[in-house]
Unconditional design. Sequence first.
Length: 307
Amino acid sequence: MIWARDLQNPEGPVALPDGSWLLVEGGAERGCVTHLSADGQTRRTVRKTGRPNGLAVDADGAIWVAESSTPSLQRLTMEGDCRVVATECDGEPFLFPNDLCFGPDGALYLTDSGASVHTFAPNNWIRPDYMTIDFDGRVYRIDPKNGSVTLLDRGIRFTNGIAFGADGLLYVNETITGNIYRYRAAEESAPGRRECFGNVIRSDAPPGWKGPDGMAFDERGLLYVAVFGQGDVTVLGLAGEVVKRIPTNGIMPTNIAFALPGERRIHVTEYQYGHMETFAVESDGLPLWDGGRHEAAMKPGSGAACE
């Protein structure tokens, strides 16, 4: 079912406690964080940021944005106040902040696809020779209390979706190969060893740019992965095996989020038609970590104001 229309390059859906939704519209004309009503029929712009990609909402209702045009992690209020929290790690600038989530330790985890969006998709069109790009995809951990950034991994070929499982492990995907990786956490400051959990590319997948994008776990531990360019949400089982594939209306699903508990529905953003689609599923989503309540977490005025 089509739940919302006329969205420009939608990504990063997040269900809010009142049943309304946040998402980003990354198209050049809008480039904003959008707030949709609970029925999907009305909307307002929270703030234009440039080319936002991923979203996460913390326990205080603050919106954390992975901004790819001016590579940065930004923090917004629902009223549109914006602060730049981070732009680099140890002097090395972010290239393409892509997706993010909170972890059980209260930290924020961020993927960086490893090449600037202007290099990868000039004028918002993916380069036909994308395989020649030297991607250095990265995974970062950010302390929301002070904005400090730690590099956890790099050398991934277009790092994209990110989520924590019920097992407490960090899952990250690699678009070009179709691999889903997981990290067996060793210490708070590092996720430990990367291992391949599964792959979502079909043997008969269409040619061209395709691979895993946003993803989310259900409460049973199954992993739902939006597969851009393949036109489906691929569901992986507890051992990483393909359980089923849910076809989407468009061929370019970008991200997925579960609706509120009790609804047993997923919402999927999709580029080709500019829709948010919704599908009935067998289970609710795994509750998301939200960073807890940090009394000193990026108080108003901390960080640089957004332009």
